[in-house]
Design a binder for this molecule. Structure first.
Ligand SMILES: *Cc1c(COP(=O)(O)O)cnc(C)c1O
Length: 477
């Protein structure tokens, strides 16, 4: 299996060649040359598999340049009930992603029982083990540099802690994260994890990361890499739970389902799109946004109009507060019939701060054949959904999952069972839960009192020179 760029102007590469890199050299994102197809006989056989076995079957179609025994070993140490047993006390952690049935044909797929209580652990834990494996083989090292406003940074740190050959330098806005989020990250004492609290906002931290990455000499000298959501290995790991969720919610492979997905960067739902392209019987894919509705606008009107970062609303589902959906380019590449020149044309507008519109083109009709639906959910909707679910079923959900459920119930065709992806646990978002329910969310036992642990972090002004010398000091060449 080889990987090509969505902008059509980069040489094809293998899975391990793109594992540690970011964008393709032409500015595009990598995708498989063709999507591997899953036969009916395979689907029938896969229905009975454990999560780790299923992950091996799916991922061995993509990571064809990793020897099967190595891949199997990496996967079986990743998807264990120890790693994914940190969440709800009444969840069956042997399932890794247990399905919780709320009502006839309405389900929640629990993806948030990993170490940081958000679905990003599903892919990031695998990435940590894949990175360690690849770096070991190449006798190489990697210094991961990132900026976070919460979920991504902690998922990356818990995936990379204690890994050979890897250091993590994670920037976060000083004093802007919740006490729980701070404690999760800053209490890590592993010598390869460096938390840096920037006196500024998330955007300042993000700008510092960009500035360092644009210094190509420094980047090469200190082997700087990233783990952001365009990483292909992350997307491919997310494909697995669409299969798992489908098997859990259906009796036979003749049935169809709808998935609803709380969306930000379009990474999660992109994996759903690919699962369907491989042959998984998915009827609808339902995209849910919060007040930051760039993607909902596209699926309703055909106009993709990213906002300036200054025009991103701060909402109570903060992990969906995005102004540009970085993985959306992957879907557009398929929508335009894999015409890299067309993608280049669209993104020359986007990269210049503009928009594109497919309404009066053949692509608008093509879009209908992909069977997406979309909708948006506001702060008031979140509170209402959290409250209704708690009162009716005694199930507490987080604000992002509430966005997904609200839009899913609104948009699904009634003939299809609905599987809403749970992207975080309510324990991460205490303030909104208190506002909705007047009580504290349940917190997994292992995380009780996490705020009282000793914290370790470097506080720094938003000064790129200072950041570079900090990296140079702590990442010996
Ligand atoms: C990252 C995140 C999302 C958005 O996922 P995308 O893959 O960016 O669409 C939604 N909910 C939570 C809790 C997240 O952490």
């Amino acid at each position: 299996m080889r990987y090509i760029s969505t902008r059509g102007n980069a040489p094809a590469k293998t899975f391990t060649e793109i594992l540690l890199g970011g964008l393709a050299p032409d500015g595009g994102l990598y995708l498989p040359e063709q999507y591997p197809q899953v036969t009916r006989a395979e689907l029938d056989a896969w229905r009975k598999l454990s999560y780790a076995e299923l992950a091996f079957e799916v991922l061995s179609k993509f990571a064809t340049d990793i020897p099967a025994d190595d891949l199997r070993a990496i996967i079986s140490k990743t998807y264990t009930s120890e790693v994914y047993g940190n969440g709800r006390a009444d969840s069956d952690s042997t399932q890794i992603t247990p399905l919780r049935t709320l009502a006839d044909n309405v389900h929640i797929l629990e993806l948030s029982n990993g170490p940081t209580l958000a679905f990003k652990d599903m892919a990031m834990q695998l990435l940590g083990n894949l990175f360690e494996y690849a770096l070991d083989k190449q006798h190489a090292e990697l210094n991961i540099l990132g900026a976070t406003s919460g979920d991504t940074g902690s998922a990356a740190e818990y995936a990379m802690r204690g890994k050979r050959g890897i250091r993590v330098f994670m920037l976060s806005p000083n004093g802007k994260m919740s006490g729980f989020q701070r404690a999760q990250m800053y209490s890590l004492q592993d010598p390869n994890i460096f938390n840096i609290a920037i006196n500024g906002m998330f955007d300042d931290a993000q700008d510092m990361v960009k500035a360092v990455s644009n210094d190509h000499a420094f980047k090469a000298r200190y082997k700087i890499g990233t783990v952001n959501s365009i990483n292909w290995a992350r997307v491919s790991a997310q494909i697995v739970y669409y299969f798992k969720g489908y098997f859990a919610a259906t009796q036979s492979n003749d049935e169809q389902v709808a998935f609803s997905v709380p969306s930000g960067n379009f990474g999660n739902i992109c994996a759903g799109h690919i699962a369907r392209m491989m042959g998984l019987p998915v009827g609808q894919l339902i995209l849910a946004t919060n007040e930051n509705d760039v993607l909902d606008e596209f699926f309703r009107t055909g106009v993709y109009r990213p906002r300036d970062t200054g025009h991103t609303y701060e909402t109570s589902s903060p992990s969906m507060d995005i102004s540009k959906a970085s993985n959306f380019e992957r879907f557009m590449f398929d929508l335009v019939g894999r015409d890299g020149a067309k993608v280049r044309e669209f993104w020359s507008k986007v990269d210049a701060g503009g928009a594109f519109d497919i309404k009066d083109t053949a692509y608008w009709h093509a879009l209908a054949t992909f069977d997406f639906a979309s909708g948006k959910s506001t702060h008031r909707d979140r509170l209402k959904t959290i409250r209704e679910l708690w009162e009716e079923y005694g199930v507490m959900i987080d604000p992002h999952t509430a966005d997904g459920l609200k839009v899913g119930l609104e948009q699904r065709r009634p003939s299809l069972p609905l599987i809403c992806l749970e992207t975080a646990l309510p324990a991460k978002f205490e303030e909104t839960i208190r506002e909705a329910l007047g009580r504290e969310p349940e917190r997994p036992e292992a995380l009780a009192g996490i705020e009282n642990l000793t914290q370790r972090c470097e506080v720094m002004d938003a000064d790129v020179t200072r950041l570079k010398s900090y990296i140079a000091e702590h990442a010996p060449q």
